[in-house]
Design a protein around this ligand. Structure first.
Ligand code: ADP
Length: 666
């Protein structure tokens, strides 16, 4: 018994010693180290068989495994970054330019030598401080009194001012006030005699960053200045400091994010925050919970083994709102706020962790859906859907070579013809981005690889033609929705803008015996229902101008239906289309199916501008629409488009429903 007890004890001692060593080498900040040591102390008094022992053990293990001071050094060569972005992505020129600008600002901020002003009437002190700070590679300027300091402040910019408190004429407090009034971002550190600590505290109340008491210690001067500089840098461009990529799926948001990480030489991690309802997923569980875990942010940093990874927060427009499990949104706000995230507290860790080195990039499908306060923190960069031409290029230059590599076909790479790729795009995918396109290419490559494995004799260079595409992928999945159908009464082609990009819809109206009710079906949101009501009211109040009888509803119900799956549809942009469908129904004139309409309708018959123009036009093109009628006020959006997007399409701009009707009805 005794022998067992002894081995158990010595085992525990080994474990404790091991942890002590790991705590010492983990390079944690002093306060964290202290907490870890205290936990170890408590643990040493517990029975290794108890649950608490295991909890403490896991906790300390977690603390020491975090990269407290490990980070990758940034590669700040913009040319190299540009090269990586260009090599890996076709097109996206605006996006790349915006990203490089963003990085350029970071490079400037990080490479700038900090400027420091030292103000002291005592020459020895002044020279000493200057000497210490110059050794840190800062640009140091000195002034021997307040007047001189103010002159220097007026002519060049400083990040930090160190000033003696007691000086003739203009003393430290007056100088502090002047600096804070004129340059609120500049951090001021007071230098004071021990006896004057009270007035130093007074200075902090007035906005000074901190104070240093004379005679000062070297390391104290160094670390106080360093902290002041960190604070100054973190306040630079707080607003919009986080990039947010918005756009339909498969438009390259994730892969650009990964390229940014590679260009900077940083680790890359992704966290999907879409649908997150529980704050603990971001901020972790308190250790008192059974099975408590840290939040995803800290976990990803631990996995990245570096405290400055690029972390992509996916679907930030779909974060769950506040409920009994807390508010993930406010936790995210804290994570993204440079003023607060220097000391982010994960509930499990229960000690602050500095997130200010992490580069966060958010992604969203629709920028408007991001909650206001979160959106304010972000610099939005829009990705949009691709034209067929762009998709062909992306496929030939990137997707096909990648799939050939991944499916092990590098020795006998199949050769895809442009016609074949175009067939895959038109007959097997219907999307704004390139996700399904990549999937279908991967299917083809996999089938070829399988053939090679089963029939060694069939190994050869395959030329992929449209016929082969059909053989590999089966009968076509999509048809050109518009061209193949006849014009019908009460059915009008509309355009909507959704998370997945633009879509065409067909709005159908029918009239049947009833009590004058308006029936709406097809998963419509409230705004779309209201648009339908408004459209009907508009037509009733202007019946005569469309040659429609005033009592068209008497003894009848009207049914408006918008098919296309059970996809929820909302937004005001279908107003004009619904009105056109009703007028087609009431006048008995069929509507041209290859004409698509989008526009918000007011009760007085004016057409108001709508969003998502590029996505809508791309969708119309995919569906074979020939003419698109859009609100006149969207003229600028059209002018800003790449001419290739509208090439071959007839675009009509109008702000009157009568125009739409005369173009649309046969
Ligand atoms: P998102 O994150 O927007 O949903 P992804 O980054 O996952 O889209 O892109 C889907 C696929 O398409 C990836 O393989 C990506 O590399 C590729 N892709 C998208 N856009 C481009 C582009 N412009 N050039 C090259 N590849 C692209």
């Amino acid at each position: 018994m005794n022998i067992f007890k002894k081995t158990e004890d010595s085992q525990q001692i080994t474990i404790l010693n091991d942890f002590r060593q790991r705590i010492n080498s983990a390079k944690m900040p002093e306060n964290v180290k202290h907490i870890a040591e205290r936990e170890l102390e408590i643990m040493s008094k517990m029975s290794p068989a108890s649950a608490e022992y295991t909890i403490s053990l896991s906790y300390i293990d977690y603390l020491v495994s975090l990269p407290w001071d490990r980070k990758t050094s940034d590669n700040l060569d913009l040319n190299q970054a540009k090269k990586i972005l260009d090599e890996r992505h076709y097109g996206l020129n605006d996006v790349k330019e915006r990203i490089l600008e963003h990085l350029a600002v970071k490079v400037l901020v990080m490479n700038k030598k900090p400027h420091i002003l030292v103000v002291d009437d005592e020459e020895i002190a002044r020279n000493n401080i200057e000497h210490i700070l110059k050794k840190e590679n800062y640009d140091v300027v000195t002034a021997s009194n307040g007047v001189e300091a103010i002159e220097k402040l007026n002519t060049s910019s400083f990040d930090v001012v160190l000033t003696d408190l007691k000086m003739e004429k203009i003393d430290g407090l007056v100088l502090l006030e002047k600096v804070k009034n004129k340059y609120p971002d500049v951090q001021v550190i007071m230098i004071t005699a021990y006896a004057a600590v009270d007035s130093a505290i007074e200075a902090i109340k007035k906005g000074a960053f901190h104070y240093i008491a004379k005679p000062f210690r070297l390391d104290e001067v160094r670390s106080t200045v360093k902290h002041a500089l960190d604070k100054k840098l973190s306040t630079i461009s707080t607003k919009g400091s986080v990039l947010c990529f918005t756009g339909p799926p498969g438009t390259g948001k994730t892969s650009i994010g990964k390229s940014i990480a590679d260009a900077l030489g940083r680790k890359f991690a992704r966290i999907s925050v879409g649908g997150m309802k529980d704050e603990a997923e971001i901020r972790g569980h308190r250790r008192t919970y059974a099975g408590a875990m840290p939040g995803r942010i800290i976990e990803e940093i631990r996995r990245a083994e570096s405290l400055n990874p690029v972390i992509m927060l996916d679907e930030i427009d779909k974060v769950g709102g506040q409920d009994f499990k807390g508010d993930p949104e406010s936790a995210l706000l804290e994570v993204l706020d440079p003023e607060q995230n220097q000391s982010f507290i994960d509930h499990y860790l229960d000690v602050p962790f500095d997130l200010s080195n992490v580069m966060f990039i958010a992604t969203a499908n629709i920028a408007e859906n991001i909650q206001g306060p979160l959106r304010d923190r972000m610099e939005i960069i829009e990705f949009s859907g691709y034209t067929e031409d762009e998709k062909i290029n992306i496929a030939l230059l990137h997707l096909i070579p990648k799939q050939i590599r991944e499916q092990g076909l590098s020795d006998y790479p199949p050769n895809f013809s442009v016609e074949a790729v175009s067939k895959i795009i038109n007959d097997y995918t219907r999307e704004a981005g390139t996700r399904n396109l990549e999937r279908q290419i991967s299917n083809i490559c996999r089938k070829i690889a399988t053939e090679f494995v089963y029939h060694k004799e069939s190994i050869r260079l395959v030329n992929i033609t449209p016929e082969l595409v059909e053989r590999y992928l089966g009968p076509r999945k999509y048809f050109i929705e518009v061209a193949d159908e006849n014009n019908r009464i009460g059915v009008v082609t509309g355009l909507v803008w959704m998370e997945t990009g633009g879509e065409i819809i067909f709005i159908e109206s029918a009239r049947m015996k009833g009590l004058g009710n308006l029936i709406l079906t097809g998963s419509l949101g409230n705004v779309m229902r209201e648009s339908a009501q408004a459209a009907l009211s508009y037509i009733r109040s202007n019946a005569s101008s469309f040659n429609i009888s005033e009592n068209i509803l008497e003894g009848y119900d009207i049914h408006i239906h918008i098919p296309a799956g059970a996809i929820p549809k909302d937004g005001p942009s279908a107003g004009a289309t619904i009105a056109a469908s009703l007028i087609s129904l009431f006048t008995g004139k069929p509507a041209r199916r290859d004409v698509a309409v989008s526009g918000e309708l007011t009760l007085s018959g004016r057409i108001l501008p709508v969003g998502g123009i590029k996505e809508k036009i791309l969708a119309a093109r995919r569906a074979g629409v020939k003419t698109i009628i859009l609100p006149f006020k969207n003229k600028v959006d059209i002018e800003n488009l790449d001419p290739k997007v509208i090439k071959g399409l007839e675009i009509i701009l109008t702000d009157r429903i009568e125009d739409i009707i005369s173009r649309l009805l046969v």
